[in-house]
Write a protein that binds this ligand. Structure first.
Ligand SMILES: [Zn+2]
Length: 233
């Protein structure tokens, strides 16, 4: 450190700023190297370059920092595997829900009357390209999207009161077979409002969790008590 001080000739606040800038520069170099490395990565399934858009599969045996990277897949191989798993087990997850929502919304938009004009031709072409790339999953996506709507409808029946909470309230419901569903609430809304935040369950399991909760809402209300020992750090 003394060496650095003598060489740079900086003291006090100026030196502090210089050291901080050096650290920022070093972090940027590391970030650029990581990005470059990810661009060179190839998908373990189709062996095509992932160009940085990939899904990494880790295996955790202890702490998260000790996770082993076991597989890297491009997004289309990852989606193909998820749909294949869905066809077998009807297991839903956020990636499937999001892909389905985009696909169904694209199909609906394409049929809108305001989308038929000449000024929208370019947009129609890009939407059709997106749809064509995933057309093999069309019926799965429509089924998943309908499941999401059903789950959303069931969420609307839940009423939970939480007091003295900063920010949004998120509640995760865990089922007996390791399925889970997270619901996020908007307690600032005039009307009761909530939505799905995360999911790892089939449609039936998710609806069962919500029915379980709805049937016991009085018990939950009685069980949720303000805790004075909990506060902001
Ligand atoms: Zn691939």
């Amino acid at each position: 450190m003394n060496d650095m001080k003598i060489k740079s000739g900086r003291t006090g606040r100026a030196r502090h700023r210089w050291v901080r800038n050096q650290r920022i520069q070093a972090a940027r170099v590391v970030m650029r190297l990581n990005q470059a490395e990810r661009r060179l990565e190839r998908c373990d399934t189709c062996h095509k370059p992932t160009r940085g858009a990939c899904v990494q599969h880790f295996r955790y045996l202890g702490k998260a920092k000790d996770a082993d990277l076991v597989k890297v897949e491009c997004k289309s191989c990852d989606l193909r595997a998820r749909v294949a798993e869905y066809r077998k087990s009807k297991q839903l997850d956020n990636t499937l829900m999001t892909a389905s929502a985009f696909f169904v919304s694209d199909e609906k938009i394409l049929k809108e009357p305001w989308m038929q004009g000449d000024d929208r031709r370019e947009q129609r072409v890009s939407i059709r390209d997106r749809l064509a790339a995933q057309i093999e999953y069309a019926s799965d996506f429509w089924e998943i999207s309908a499941a999401d709507e059903e789950i959303y409808g069931a969420i609307a029946n839940i009423e939970i009161l939480v007091w003295g909470c900063a920010g949004r309230v998120v509640m995760t419901i865990n089922g007996k077979d390791a399925e889970d569903l997270s619901v996020i609430f908007d307690e600032t809304s005039e009307e009761p409002r909530a939505g799905r935040q995360g999911i790892h369950a089939t449609k039936e399991q998710a609806l069962e969790l919500l029915e379980f909760l709805t049937a016991r809402s009085a018990e939950f209300k009685a069980a949720i008590q303000p805790k004075s020992s909990v506060g902001l750090l």
